[in-house]
Design a protein around this ligand. Structure first.
Ligand SMILES: Nc1nc2c(c(=O)[nH]1)N[C@@H](CN(C=O)c1ccc(C(=O)N[C@@H](CCC(=O)O)C(=O)O)cc1)CN2
Length: 284
C-alpha cells in the first residue's frame, strides 16, 4: 500500500494558527514577541530562508527585523551587532543565518548570543540543557521532525529509529530527541558500513545526508515512517530530497515530501521558540 504523505506544510500552518492566537493574547498583556535575524553574505538559499522567516513572523504577529550584511563583514563587526541585540529589551530572539562566510567562526558567533535569546537552540548552554533533558529552546528542524512523527499517531517509545547524518543542526540533536522519546536509536553516517543493513531495521528512518536521492526502497523496511530532511537542488533546477520519493512511497507507511515536508516545520518551530522566549523574558 502506498505511503501517506506527511504534509509538513499543513501541520506547520495549523501550528501557526495556534501561535497567532497566542501572540494576540500576549499583546493584550503588553508582550510583543520580537525576533531579529542576521544574514551575512549573498547566498540565494539563505536569502530565501530569511524571507520565509520574516513572512512567518508577520503571519503570526511577531515583530521582526532583518539585518543584512555583506560578505566582507568581519567577525568583530558581527559580534558587536550581537552584543547590541543581547542588550536590546525589544529583541526576544536572535538568529544568525548559517552558513556564515568562511572567515567568520560559527561557534564564536553562536556562543555570543545570550542563551535566553537563542531561538535556534544552537548555543552550547541550550545544547547542554537538551542533552540533560532540562527545559530549553530546542533546535528547530529536529523539534519539527518530532512533531511531524507524533502527528502520524506513531508511538515513538520502543521503536527502532535510524538517523542518517550526524550534523550539529539535524543528525545529532534529532537522535537525542528520539532517544528522549524512548526510541532505540542507531546513528549512521558517511563512514557507516553496510548502511542498508541498519536502515532496513528502522521503524522510523530520518534521512539527513544532503545527497540527492541517496535512499531507495531497498533501504526501507516495509511500513516504516520515513522523514526526508534533504533539500537538494538538482541540475534541472528542481528541489529534491535525499530519498527517492516515488519508490520509497511504495513501501513506507508515512513519508515526508520535499518541498513541503520538514522545511516548513523548521520556520514554524522558530516562531514557537520566539514566542516562548518572549514569555520567559516577560516573567523576569
Ligand atoms: N541559523 C540557522 N541556519 C540554518 C538553519 C537553521 O535552523 N538555523 N537551517 C537551514 C536552513 N533553513 C532555515 O534556516 C531552512 C531550510 C529549508 C526550509 C524550507 O522551508 N524548505 C522548503 C523548500 C524551500 C525552497 O523552495 O527553497 C521545503 O523543504 O519545503 C526552511 C528553512 C540551514 N541554515
Amino acid at each position: 500500500m502506498a505511503a501517506t504523505i506527511l504534509q509538513g506544510k499543513e501541520v506547520a500552518q495549523s501550528i501557526r494558527t495556534e501561535l497567532a492566537t497566542e501572540v494576540a493574547d500576549l499583546k493584550k498583556q503588553g508582550i510583543i514577541p520580537g525576533l531579529t535575524v542576521v544574514l551575512v553574505g549573498d547566498d540565494p538559499a539563505s536569502h530565501s530562508y530569511v524571507r520565509g522567516k520574516s513572512k512567518g513572523c508577520e503571519e503570526v504577529g511577531i515583530r521582526s527585523e532583518l539585518i543584512l550584511k555583506d560578505a566582507s563583514t568581519t567577525e568583530e563587526e558581527l559580534l558587536s551587532i550581537i552584543q547590541g541585540l543581547n542588550e536590546n529589551p525589544n529583541v526576544n530572539g536572535i538568529l544568525v543565518q548559517l552558513p556564515l562566510p568562511a572567515h567568520i567562526s560559527e561557534s564564536a558567533v553562536i556562543e555570543a548570543i545570550h542563551p535566553e535569546k537563542d531561538v535556534d537552540g544552537f548555543h552550547p548552554i541550550s545544547v547542554g540543557n537538551m542533552v540533560l533533558g532540562n527545559e530549553t529552546m530546542l533546535p528547530c528542524t529536529p523539534h519539527g521532525i518530532i512533531e511531524l512523527i507524533k502527528r502520524t499517531g506513531t508511538e515513538i517509545a520502543g521503536k527502532h529509529a535510524v538517523v542518517i547524518g550526524r550534523s550539529n543542526i539535524v543528525g545529532k540533536p534529532v537522535s537525542l530527541l528520539l532517544q528522549q522519546e524512548n526510541a532505540t536509536v542507531t546513528m549512521c553516517h558517511s563512514r557507516t558500513q553496510n548502511l542498508e543493513e541498519h536502515t532496513r531495521r528502522a521503524d522510523i528512518l530520518v534521512v539527513a545526508t544532503g545527497k540527492a536521492h541517496m535512499i531507495g526502497k531497498e533501504h526501507v523496511k516495509p511500513g516504516a515512517v520515513v522523514i526526508d530532511v534533504g533539500v537538494n537542488r538538482i541540475e534541472t533546477g528542481k528541489l529534491v530530497g535525499d530519498v527517492k520519493f516515488d519508490e520509497v512511497q511504495e513501501v513506507a507507511s508515512f513519508l515526508t515530501p520535499v518541498p513541503g515536508g520538514v522545511g516548513p516545520m523548521t520556520i514554524t518551530m522558530l516562531l514557537k521558540n520566539t514566542v516562548s522566549a518572549a514569555k520567559k523574558q516577560a516573567k523576569r
